[in-house]
Design a binder for this molecule. Structure first.
Ligand code: COA
Length: 142
């Protein structure tokens, strides 16, 4: 994972999910714009060697021990190669190295082709809560 820079931001914003997946995640340009106004946002581009292939963003509030996977996407042509899995493992390893992190939350749009099975494979389970129409999932980290 690499920081997005002046030189790479356009390439990261050009990354697109596959056909029919637009409803599952916001465009990267929107995520980066939101992060500009949210000091608790942490984001990185996901690279395979020198190619940008995806984007990940968290909301992190260490004072409240709140860690929320806000956005995750792998560009359509790079999906199914293990990049999403490995990126999320790196995010989880990083969170485990921080003091006081108990859990990682996320939420996802329910429906056919949605990412919930992907998250469940990583150990997330549904909390039963629904946030703004999205199912809330939790991964314990303590
Ligand atoms: C969800 C997403 C990030 C997964 O990334 P990816 O690189 O394609 O996934 P990986 O190749 O690392 O897959 C890891 C495992 O999850 C499975 N998986 C991935 N996406 C899946 C899906 N939508 N449904 C069921 N299983 C899925 C893979 O088959 C693989 O399983 P395996 O190890 O048993 O073969 C990617 O498909 C994506 O960007 N989707 C559109 C945007 C989106 O839904 N983002 C999440 C917003 S909450």
């Amino acid at each position: 994972m690499r920081e997005v820079t002046r030189d790479t931001v356009r390439a990261v914003c050009r990354l697109q999910v596959g056909p029919g997946q637009d409803g599952f995640v916001a465009p990267n340009a929107v995520s980066i714009a939101e992060a500009y106004f949210e000091p608790k946002a942490w984001f990185r581009a996901i690279y395979a060697d020198s190619d940008p292939v995806g984007f990940v963003m968290l909301y992190e509030d260490p004072e409240k021990a709140e860690y929320y996977l806000w956005r995750l996407m792998i560009a359509g042509e790079y999906q199914g190669r293990g990049y999403g899995w490995r990126a999320l493992r790196l995010v989880i390893d990083r969170l485990r190295s921080l003091p006081g992190v108990r859990e990682l939350l996320t939420s996802c749009v329910p429906g056919e082709g949605g990412p919930r099975p992907f998250y469940e494979r990583l150990g997330f389970t549904a909390t039963g809560e629904v946030d703004d129409g999205e199912e809330v999932l939790r991964l314990p980290l303590d």
